[in-house]
Design a protein around this ligand. Sequence first.
Ligand SMILES: [Fe+2]
Ligand SMILES: [Fe+2]
Length: 481
Amino acid sequence: MNLYDRIPNNVNLSEDKRLQRALEKWLPNFLDWWRDMGPEGFQEKDVWLRTAIDVGSEGWAHFDYVKMPEYRWGIFLEPAQPDAKVGFGDNYGQPAYQEVPGEFRNALRRIIVTQGDTEPASVEQQRRLGATCPSLYDLRNLFQVNVEEGRHLWAMVYLLQAYFGRDGRDEADALLERRSGNPDKPRILEAFNQPCDDWLNFYAFTMFTDRDGKYQLSALAESGFEPLARTCRFMLTEEAHHMFVGDTGLSRVVRRTAQLMKENADVREVGGIPLEIIQKYINFWFSYSLDLFGGEISSNSADFFAAGLKGRFKEQEQYTDHVAAEGTFTMFVVEDGKLVPREVPLRNALNEVLRGEYVKDCEKGLARWNKALADEGIVAPTSVGESDHRLKSVPRLYLPNIRFHRHVGEYAGHYFDTEGNLISKEEFEAKKSVWLPTIEDREYVRSLMKPVTEVGKIANWIAPPASGIKGKPFAFEYVRL
Ligand SMILES: [Fe+2]
Ligand SMILES: [Fe+2]
C-alpha cells in the first residue's frame, strides 16, 4: 500500500522522511489503542461514514461503508495563505510563524497537547454506547463522531511530530497512554474523565463539551502559528457535525418527552425521560464544559494572546482593536463572602470573553429545545414534581448560571444556586439532588437504554430525526450488523 493510502494527507508527507518515519511508527500504536479503547463490539461492522480525503468542498466528505479500523485517518490542513500575518497581540501584523518560535515553544506544546488529549478521551468515554443505541441512524452518528475524534488526534500528533522534535514524539506517545477516568493516568481535563455511559449523556456531551471544542479550535484557528491555525480550521468543519448530533439529539429527547407528557402525567410510566432529569444533565455537562475555558482571570490567556498564539472567537471579523492592550473587563468575583464586581485588564479576561461567546451559542440550543416543547403544546409541567422551581410554572429548560457547580476558576470552592446566587455549602448539599443527576436518575436513564437496531425503528424515549444523513432516509441501513 502506498504512503498516501496509508496516511492520506495534504502536507507533502512523502517529501519529509523524518516525519514519515515518526508517523509510521505511531500508526500501529494508534491502531492498537483504537482496537482496545474504540467502539466496543462494532469494529468489524460496515458503517456508512464520511471520510475526509481532501480539503476541497467536494473531496472532504466522501460517504461509503467502512469498517472503522480501516477508516483513513488523514492529515489535512486548510491551504496556506501566502501572506499570512500574526492577527493579534504584540506581534500583530508581522509575518505568521511557520516554525515554532523558541520563546513560546513550551506554551504552544501545552496548548496542542491539551487539545489533543481531549480527542481520544471522548472516544474512550463513549466506547460502550453502541450496545444501547436508540436507532441505526444514531449508532452511525456516534461512530462518525468517534472516527473524526480519532482523526483530530492525528491532526494534533502531526503538529507535535512535525514541529516539536523529540519531546513532541514523546507527547504523541503519551496521548495514547492516558485513559479517561483512570485514577492513575487520567486525561488532562476533568470533563473528559466523566463517564458518558448513556445516550442522554452522549447528546449532552456532544452539545456542550464538543461545543467547547468549537470555541477552543476557533481561538486556535486565529493563531499566528500558521500550521496550527490551518489544522484547526479544517477540524472545525468536522466539529460542526458533532454539535449537530448533540443539539438535535437533545431536541429529539425533549420532543418525545413532551409527547409522552400528553399521554401520562408521569412520563416514567410511559417510558420517557422526565424534563427534570434532562435539566439535570444540562446542568452537569454545561458546568463541566464551562470549566474547560480555564480561570476567569488568567495570566496564561494574556500571555497566549500577547504571543499571537490564541486569539478571540472570530478575532478578525468581530474586532477592530487586535492588540487589546488597553481595555478592561468587569466580572463578578467572591470577596469576603460576597459577590463583588472587579475590573480586570482585558487580556487577562480572555478566557471569560471566550466563555461568554460559548454561552450565547448554548442559549440558542436551549431556545430550540424550548420551541420543541412549545410546538408540542406543553403548558402544564405535569411530570415535574416539587423539585426545580424554574421548571414549574411553564416548563422551560434553562442554562444554569455560569457560577453554578464550577471546579475551575474564581467560583470553584464556593457554592451557587442555578441562578448564580452565592449560597452556603449546606444549602448546596440540600439542593444538589434537585440540580444534578442522582444515582437513581442515572439508573433510570440507563434502564431505558435498550438497543433498537431494526432499520427505520427508534427507541420509545426519543423522537426520530427530521431527516437522514446526506440525502438518505431515516430508514436506511446506516450500520450493517
Ligand atoms: Fe475533536
Ligand atoms: Fe468533536
